[in-house]
Unconditional design. Structure first.
Lengths: 103, 317
């Protein structure tokens, strides 16, 4: 499954936010120092993440193309839903649980 | 930046209003990545300045000039909306317009948790009926938006999202007989409405105004993401659909059926799922770098889950 932003892209977005918007507002020297250290650590995480092999999304692409062409055999929805749940376990872990409780 | 803005705004307002005005220090309001909103007072007058930001949400939004024209027509026709004051072609290098700053709450999460009058769904229906009666010939720049446009937008993102494709497939297979297009707001939901204890104070954010099936506009506020954590109240987390639909039909005579709302609710979710991806693209392409936009690329999965759920309810397996 291809997911954008990728993990390193997300880390980069956080880095930019902290360095660009939070750091300039910090007057406390200790906090400034600790934020700079945190940014260093985050940079390490981001660079580690860029070494990950790219995710193979060929299967998802093929599935998307088939559905676009109107090829939707029974069971398609159940399969897609399982894929979405797997993505949600990373992106929003409590969503499915909350959803079930609300129904 | 604020001092320059104050000076530029004061000069622009003096010229447009033809009199000297003394304005307060403009305050940049949070939110709204594609457009800036500045709160400023000119004497007794509470004003809001809507100014272009770095980019646009996507290419299918109105320019600020056109949005201002829509607001003028809507206000003139009696829609509860901020009174338009002036369009400014160049405010510190970007286009902008000035309107009345209404008092009330716009934050969805707060509205669904605050006591709102029971009549709010009916009030929403009444405003929507007025909007759908706006004279399209006065707004010749408005375009029609079809379901096919969603496909174009998804293809522009370029990522495979089979659940969204399935939603689009279902929409193609089950389209209700088309209704005569009318002027629609395009983003009529909690979050874009000013609400106070008496109910609906004003309709904001006219940038998605276009020509469309009125039932589509009527159903947009039902999308789960716009219920702000109160999903049992299908209309924007604040009320039931029945009084809303009944009042709307009573006023328009359009006889929109509940199953049409179901159809357009799916369309609203598909549109917002794609919207999440296009918002993330604004960050990824460097057009508008922001963590809030970036994370939408991942949170769109919540909307895809809702699409799956709605299709399940329609009998898709």
């Amino acid at each position: 499954m291809s997911e954008r932003p990728t993990p390193d892209e997300l880390a980069e977005a956080i880095e930019e936010f902290l360095a660009g918007e939070i750091l300039p507002t910090l007057a406390d020297h200790r906090l400034r120092f600790r934020l700079l250290v945190a940014l260093n650590a985050l940079g390490i995480v981001r660079r580690e993440l860029t070494k990950l092999p790219p995710v193979d999304d060929a299967e998802q692409r093929e599935l998307a193309t088939r559905i676009r062409a109107g090829d939707v055999p029974g069971g398609t929805l159940a399969r897609l839903k399982a894929d979405v749940v797997a993505r949600l376990q990373v992106a929003s872990p409590h969503y499915v649980e909350r959803y079930a409780a609300d129904e | 930046m604020i001092a320059e803005m104050r000076e530029a705004l004061q000069a622009a307002l003096a010229e447009l209003l033809g009199r000297q005005v003394e304005i307060s220090e403009p305050v940049l309001l949070p939110g709204g990545a594609s457009k800036e909103a500045w709160a400023v007072d000119a004497g007794e007058e509470r004003l809001l300045v809507r100014r272009a930001g770095g980019g646009v949400i996507h290419r299918h939004t109105l320019s600020l000039r056109h949005e201002f024209e829509v607001l003028e027509v809507a206000y003139e026709q009696g829609v509860r909306a901020p009174r338009p004051v002036a369009y400014i072609e160049d405010l510190e290098g970007r286009e902008a317009f000035v309107m009345e700053r209404l008092e009330g709450e716009t934050i969805g999460r707060r509205i669904v948790r605050a006591p709102v009058p029971e009549s709010l769904p009916v009030q929403m229906a009444e405003e929507l009926a007025k909007i759908h009666a706006l004279p399209a010939e006065r707004l010749p720049f408005l375009e029609e938006a079809t379901i096919d446009r969603l496909v174009v937008e998804l293809d522009e993102v370029g990522e495979p999202h089979p659940a969204i494709e399935l939603g689009l497939w279902w929409l193609r297979e089950h389209a209700p007989p088309p209704r005569e297009p009318v002027v629609v707001h395009g983003d009529f939901r909690i979050g874009n409405l000013v609400i106070d204890a008496s109910g609906l104070v004003g309709v904001l954010d006219w940038e998605f105004t276009h020509l469309d099936d009125p039932a589509r506009d009527l159903a947009f506020g039902l999308v789960r993401a716009w219920r702000f954590g109160v999903p049992e109240k299908r209309l924007g987390g604040i009320g039931d659909v029945e009084p809303y639909l009944d009042r709307y039909n009573e006023l328009t005579g359009f006889d929109v059926r509940p199953d049409e709302l179901d159809y357009w609710e799916v369309a609203g979710n598909v549109g917002w799922a794609i919207g999440c991806l296009t918002q993330a693209q604004r960050h990824l392409t460097g057009q508008d770098r922001s963590v809030e936009l970036a994370i939408l690329g991942r949170l769109g999965a919540e909307v895809e889950y809702e699409i799956c759920h709605l299709l399940e309810r329609q009998g898709v397996t």
